[in-house]
Design a protein. Structure first.
Length: 189
């Protein structure tokens, strides 16, 4: 969805490198903030969700979901490059990101699944997202030539906000569990 909205903007700005760089980092910062929030919420809350709604037979899935949420976050960051590359006339960079991801999946997922089970397969998926992220970083850096403060301005606040959210959830965990279970006499759910 973001690709559909941003591609025309990047295409229009391809001859203006400074405006293209500013537009990319503004758009990427919003996208990364949203995906960080969702990913960290999943990572933080999946344990409670599984315990309350699914029960003990599903406890093994907690680690898998956490790893896959981390992989989704990495992929969402790298995916901000796709529309940039297409819109600025460099679609081959997006292809290379996907090629790296696909090759990593093909090489790692099955062996890791055979060795470490479903968690190993999830880690293979995360490594494929990391390979995509590496290509994205190199190509975005080469194309936009951003300053260090632009990287931190766009990608620094979401992790800081996520830490605050995780800390709040962690601190309120015991109370939340009591409310959910109805131990305080208030059956919330």
């Amino acid at each position: 969805m973001i690709e559909t909205a941003t591609f025309p903007i990047y295409a229009q700005l391809q001859g203006e490198p400074q405006r293209l760089r500013r537009a990319y980092f503004r758009i990427a910062s919003v996208s990364v903030a949203l995906s960080t929030l969702v990913s960290m919420a999943i990572i933080t809350l999946v344990g409670e969700f599984v315990r309350v709604f699914l029960g003990d037979p599903w406890l093994a899935m907690i680690a898998v979901v956490r790893v896959l949420a981390g992989a989704a976050l990495l992929k969402s960051i790298a995916s901000t490059g796709g529309p940039l590359f297409k819109g600025s006339g460099r679609p081959q960079y997006g292809f290379r990101m996907q090629l790296g991801r696909g090759a990593t999946v093909a090489v790692l997922v099955v062996p890791m699944a055979l060795r470490w089970g479903i968690v190993g397969a999830a880690v293979g998926v995360m490594l494929s997202a990391a390979s995509m992220l590496a290509v994205w970083f190199l190509r975005t850096s080469g194309q936009l030539r951003p300053r260090l403060w632009e990287w931190f301005g766009a990608f620094g606040p979401p992790p800081a906000s996520a830490k605050a959210m995780v800390g709040t959830v962690w601190l309120s965990g015991p109370l939340s569990r009591q409310l959910i279970s109805g131990a305080l006499g208030v059956p919330v759910i």
